[in-house]
Design a protein around this ligand. Structure first.
Ligand code: C5P
Length: 400
């Protein structure tokens, strides 16, 4: 993450996620940015300007009518100083005022008085986010070229669960870096990544199949994150309802055998990530016609499907191979065993079962590799995907 020399005007509006802004200022400065903070009146109820002044190293402004501050650096001067404006958290109210073009406080005035890119990290209760008024404002702002980072789904300060959580500071810095300095922030440029996602379907007869609850979300989120890191991404997907991420090549398949064939046509590659919940078995011979319910018992003969991940890992020209382990119990033991048995470079393990992981927007992962492990706590799958790509990156090119 590189923002060296960038002037970031960080706007804070009123919301409980403002507490994350302290860390955000620090992370932005760690990435090399110079940060000046402007708060709405609402934000000052959550954090004091003094805290942010100490963290940013510059006086914080919260009012349009501050004569001393105007004399030191007028608001137009401040608008000219910025290379970008990031509002985090962006409340429903500030988004409404921006969409309407209001300039009723310093922050909205600065947004009107500048031509530099505007980035918003929305943070609000899920019902406020889903409200048609907020969504209409999002559309208006997006059509005007404003970039939205998030929000993520997950547990909220109000105790509810849903979409509306502000992205984590590190993610915001990563996203901002990619927008403002794309060349320095594309560590996977020139790399080819192949990802499997979703379930497979194994036909019993022309109308029925064996399958599982995988939604494909994790794999699709990884495809986006790998693309954002600059990679050329091929996504081999079983049946899902998800839209293809922009800039990603998608190959649709149904069965495990088709998935294996599609993956092999994409070899060699630099990184292979197997998130697909591939059916372990398939019916020996799908019935040519619809199976009739005549007998009291029906026995199915199943045969083992090829293990795509192991096959990729066994190739002489093997890529860096990442697997997933979805387990209902003894998660870490099984995952470590799979890491060794399938000759993987890294494995992401998670607990599945009632209301966990499969078909859910959230997940938590334990990532294992030979000689190490990392915990990625409960978060939106897109956030987890970015963190996982970062971990893979560290394993591919170990840093001193
Ligand atoms: O052995 P298990 O199915 O638990 O391993 C899970 C990992 O192996 C996942 O990464 C999954 O995508 C991959 N896999 C595969 N081909 C199979 C079964 C699993 O690539 N036939």
């Amino acid at each position: 993450m590189n923002l060296s020399g960038k002037h970031i005007l960080l706007g804070l509006s009123g919301g409980i996620a403002a507490y994350k802004a302290c860390d955000l200022v620090r992370r932005l400065r760690d990435a090399g940015a110079e940060v000046r903070v402007v708060m709405t009146e609402g934000a000052t109820h959550f954090l004091t300007p003094l805290t942010l002044q100490a963290l940013s190293g510059h006086p914080v402004r919260a009012s349009l009518w501050d004569e001393t501050a105007e004399a030191a650096m007028g608001h137009i001067e401040l608008a000219r100083w910025a290379d970008a404006i990031l509002i985090a958290p962006a409340s429903a109210d500030v988004m409404a005022r921006l969409a309407a073009g209001l300039a009723d406080d310093l922050l909205t005035t600065l947004c009107l008085a500048t031509e530099v890119p505007l980035f918003l990290a929305p943070a609000m209760n899920r019902v406020m986010w889903a409200h048609p008024a907020t969504q209409a404002n999002v559309q208006t702002l997006a059509a005007r070229g404003t970039t939205l980072f998030g929000p993520a789904a997950g547990t909220q300060a109000c105790g509810e669960t849903g979409e509306g959580r502000m992205l984590e500071p590190l993610e915001l810095v990563a996203l901002l870096s990619r927008h403002l300095a794309p060349e320095q922030n594309r560590p996977w440029a020139g790399r080819r990544v192949v990802i499997t996602a979703g379930p497979t379907r194994e036909a019993l007869d022309p109308v029925r199949f064996l399958s599982n609850r995988s939604s494909g979300r994790m794999g699709f989120a990884l495809a986006e994150a790998a693309r954002d890191a600059g990679a050329e991404v091929v996504l081999v997907s079983g049946p899902t309802a998800l839209p293809t991420p922009e800039g990603v090549t998608r190959i649709d398949v149904e069965t495990a055998l088709q998935m294996r064939d599609a993956v092999m046509t994409q070899m060699p590659c630099d990184i292979f990530i197997g998130t697909a919940a591939v059916a372990d078995y398939r019916p020996l011979e799908p019935a040519p016609g619809k199976i009739k319910k005549t007998a009291d018992q029906l026995n199915l003969t199943l045969v083992k499907n090829p293990d795509i991940l192991s096959e990729v890992a066994a190739r002489l020209d093997r890529p860096f191979v990442v697997g997933f382990a979805a387990e209902t119990e003894h998660v870490l033991e099984h995952a470590r065993d799979k890491l060794v048995r399938k000759r993987l470079d890294l494995i992401a393990a998670n607990r599945v079962g009632e209301g966990l992981a499969f078909d859910q927007p959230d997940n938590a992962l334990t990532v294992l590799w030979a000689g190490g492990q990392a915990e990625l706590p409960q978060a939106d799958k897109r956030q987890l995907a970015r963190q996982l790509i970062e971990l893979i990156d560290q394993r591919i090119t170990p840093r001193a």
